[in-house]
Design a protein around this ligand. Structure first.
Ligand SMILES: [Zn+2]
Length: 69
């Protein structure tokens, strides 16, 4: 077995597929939000991942209160 993709423990609740497209990414201080879409059935999930690497504070953006869902 060779791990070609990092497993994040996310499994589609509808079809059990483990492969997702990332359709949207948003940086937050200390974490990253990703919208993922199942390759198999198209179900969408939102995941929060810990931000790794150089954390640079994004101070320029005003909080616009975007709503997704
Ligand atoms: Zn699925």
């Amino acid at each position: 077995m060779k791990p070609e993709e990092k497993q994040i423990g996310l499994v589609c609740r509808y079809c059990g597929c483990r492969q997702f497209y990332v359709v949207y990414t948003r940086q937050r201080p200390g974490k990253v939000m990703r919208r993922r879409q199942c390759r198999n059935c198209g179900a969408r999930f939102t995941t929060w991942e810990k931000d790794v690497g150089g954390a640079k504070p994004a101070g320029g953006e005003a909080a616009a209160g975007d709503v997704y869902g």
